[in-house]
Design a protein around this ligand. Structure first.
Ligand code: ADP
Ligand code: MG
Length: 396
């Protein structure tokens, strides 16, 4: 291992506080293969865990306090466990602690709530974070830091929560401590991921199925094309899309858009205004595309899912309107250069697109996208392959 790998960085950062590492944990980011904005509509998603991970090194403390530090901001943030209740939930987006620290400290708070633990009995800890998950790129560095923290504190405090419960803790921290109204997909993928598989998740029941992807065996690679256009989900369009979905469900008389199928879209067109209808159509057709992707993978293998990826991108671009010109250019250029399929991934308004490509076409597709960005005068994209990897775990 080199000095720059995040595992070593987390250890070194903790040691720099004058403490001794007692345990080490990591959790991955995720790439969503298909199923975008369906999670908070109780629908289906199909993400996998990235080889990129956020690492945390932990040392217990005797004084009932939590101190967190990250390579992002080397000023540590320290609070008493007994005071977490006074800090969270965050009200009106005003953070009582630096925003990044609301992720790990919010996880501590949500864990205590979920387990019904008495904060005054819990061991304190120093937690040092380092990561190679790109931030704001649609790879969910937020779920990675949440999953690493939840796994570490669950064991330190002997809470015995299972992986699904830890995913729910991460989501609650992100929603209520950070104030970002995201769904459960990212945390589930980060907690449950398995090598060479994606997690088919029913966001209503939280039932999951690990589905083999077989990309490598088929001679395929999955490229992430990070546009380097940054987004922030705690503000702006993400919340507006959620509101449109809630409105659509209300007018259609169903609890959630999950409860509509493609056959309901004619009626939706009559009842809804144009914008709300298109938002609803994206969610309804996207849910169907997730089901179709899982079935197609099982019946025909990964080469057959390309048109579903392309259709998903078009739906996000035209109906849900969460794409940006950089994402469209990346997806369109990749397909024109020979990719089997491509789509933007993640919440949108920036971040990354993915392309499924023949492994021996990786260089051709990469160069074509880089050239198209240069020609358009866009900031250069960062393009790299990802292999579906393992979920949160203890590393030492
Ligand atoms: P993403 O798509 O990467 O999840 P988000 O906006 O949801 O983007 O989350 C990114 C935020 O998560 C960062 O701005 C930071 O506050 C926090 N974060 C993620 N990873 C780390 C880390 N290793 N150290 C500190 N903060 C982190
Ligand atoms: Mg995130």
């Amino acid at each position: 291992m080199t000095d720059t790998d995040p595992h070593t960085q987390a250890r070194d950062l903790l040691t720099s506080l004058g403490t001794t590492v007692a345990s080490e944990w990591s959790a991955p980011g995720r790439v969503n293969l298909i199923g975008e904005h369906t999670d908070y509509n109780d629908g289906f998603v199909f993400p996998f865990a990235t080889p990129h991970r956020t690492h945390v090194a932990l040392a217990p403390r005797a004084d009932g306090r939590l101190r967190v530090i990250s390579t992002f901001d080397t000023v540590p943030v320290e609070v008493a466990i007994a005071d977490l209740d006074a800090i969270f939930p965050t009200v009106d987006g005003e953070h009582a602690v630096p925003e990044w620290s609301a992720y790990p400290l919010g996880v501590a708070w949500a864990l205590i709530q979920a387990a019904g633990a008495d904060p005054t009995t819990l061991t304190g800890a120093d937690l040092a974070f380092a990561s190679n998950v790109p931030v704001g790129a649609g790879l969910s560095s937020s779920a990675a830091i949440e999953g690493a923290t939840a796994s570490a504190l669950n064991e330190l405090w002997s809470l015995g929560l299972d992986r699904v419960a830890l995913a729910q803790v991460g989501r609650r921290a992100e929603n209520e401590a950070v104030g970002a109204p995201t769904g459960i997909m990212d945390q589930m993928a980060s907690m449950l991921g398995e090598p060479d598989a994606a997690t088919f998740l029913d966001c209503r029941s939280l039932e999951t199925d690990e589905v083999e992807l077989g990309f490598a065996a088929a001679g395929l690679s999955l490229l992430v094309m990070d546009t380097n256009v940054k987004h922030a989900h705690s503000t702006g369009g993400y919340g507006e899309r959620r509101a449109s979905c809630e409105k659509g469900a209300r007018v259609m008389g169903v609890p959630m858009l999950r409860d509509l199928s493609v056959a309901d879209l004619d009626r939706a067109a009559e009842l809804l205004d144009d914008v709300t209808f298109r938002r609803v159509r994206h969610i309804v057709t996207e849910n169907q595309r997730v089901l179709d992707t899982v079935r197609t993978l099982r019946e025909q293998g990964p080469r057959a899912i390309g048109s579903l990826l392309d259709a998903s991108h078009a739906s996000m671009r035209d109906d849900f309107e969460i794409s940006v010109p950089e994402l469209d250019l990346a997806a369109d250029t990749a397909v024109a250069a020979g990719a089997i399929g491509a789509r933007m991934t993640g919440g949108g308004f920036g971040g990354a697109a993915i392309a499924l490509v023949e492994t021996d076409a990786v260089d051709t597709v990469t160069r074509a996208v880089e050239q198209a960005f240069a020609d358009a005068g866009f900031t250069a994209p960062t393009i790299f392959p990802v292999t579906p990897s393992a979920g949160a775990r203890r590393d030492g």
